[in-house]
Design a protein around this ligand. Structure first.
Ligand code: XMP
Length: 310
């Protein structure tokens, strides 16, 4: 039986021993894993930690403000890095899922590496958890934050890595979040992938296409908040479909709605959502986002599908 209190006690000792007098940077996206990591390292080394929020332009509506504000409330020194233009430049012209993941990963580590050099920091803390490692090693996908386990030495990016949660699965990470006294908004937060909305824009990732999926995501989240499901989101397709907008036949965007039940993200079940909710989401998406003419619901479990489309 996992004991969160013991885990925290042991982790604090271990982090203190590893870090010594050095400084640490923690890349915090606001998700459960990276926020728990940041809070844990902060408890261990106090002001020797600097949290950074990298704004890659791929976050959900209101997320950058929420994350920076939450870290501030926790008393953690935080730096906001605006890297939107650089991430979009790195993703420009890329349509293959793995190529996009690798471009994201490379830009992510270069941005962090640059911040680490500027801040004269030796360690980077990140919220890698067991499922990330397992799936990357198995070759299911290149998780953006898994390097050493697949033979990439993180020192090529200029620093050492601290991964205090790498033996835990999501439910245990949530227990640690509660143990650390983090707000419910964090401990119960819906999982959201590191490469963010880039995984939910099939085909090329451009600011315009991200804006479409961001709005659709906001609608799906608003309409499904009470379901208590594991992950609820929208995906923008790369192909188009015929529809009618303002009385005219148009060739417009397609959005898939995905709502899944899971505990650890290793397997998942498509939620049997009520038709009334689906209709409302479809009506809102097609009326609030001008380019979208069609909404679909994904009824596939994991396996054989994955939770994300990319
Ligand atoms: P899949 O799509 O593989 O996702 O079934 C399993 C869980 O992991 C999340 N996910 C990621 N998280 N970086 C992350 O931090 C990634 O590259 C990544 N890919 C998938 C996904 O949202 C789900 O919770």
């Amino acid at each position: 039986m996992f004991n969160a209190k013991k885990f925290v006690e042991n982790s604090l000792k271990e982090i203190q021993k590893t870090v010594g007098d050095h400084k640490v940077i923690s890349a915090c996206s606001g998700g459960v894993d990276s926020t728990v990591t940041t809070a844990l390292v902060h408890r261990a080394v106090g002001d020797k930690l600097l949290a950074v929020f990298i704004d890659d332009g791929l976050r959900r509506e209101g997320e950058p403000e929420f994350v920076v504000e939450t870290l501030k409330k926790l008393g953690i020194k935080t730096r906001y890095i605006d890297a939107k233009a650089e991430f979009f430049a790195a993703l420009k012209g890329k349509t293959d899922a793995e190529e996009k993941r690798k471009a994201f990963r490379d830009k992510f580590y270069k941005t962090l590496g640059k911040a680490a050099t500027e801040e004269k920091v030796e360690f980077i803390a990140q919220g890698t958890i067991k499922a990330d490692v397992v799936e990357t090693v198995q070759g299911i996908k290149s998780q953006h934050n898994v390097l050493e386990q697949i033979g990439i030495n993180p020192e090529i990016y200029g620093y050492k890595i601290l991964e205090p949660l790498k033996e835990l699965f999501k439910p245990e990470v949530r227990q640690v979040a509660r143990e650390l006294g983090l707000p419910n908004e964090i401990s119960e937060r819906m999982p959201f992938p590191g490469p963010a909305l880039s995984l939910r824009v099939l085909g090329e990732v451009t600011p315009e296409r991200v804006a479409i999926v961001r709005k659709a995501t906001q609608i799906v989240e608003e309409e499904t908040r009470k379901l208590g499901t594991f992950q609820n989101f929208a995906v923008l397709h790369s192909d188009k479909a015929t529809g009618i907008k303002n009385g005219k036949r148009v060739y417009g965007d397609i959005i898939t709605i995905r709502i899944v039940e899971s505990t650890d993200a290793v397997t998942a079940r498509a939620h049997e959502v009520s038709y009334a909710i689906l209709r409302r989401i479809a009506q809102r998406i097609t009326s609030e986002i001008p380019s979208v003419v069609r909404c679909l619901y994904d009824i596939t479990d994991k396996p054989p599908a994955t939770i994300e489309f990319e």
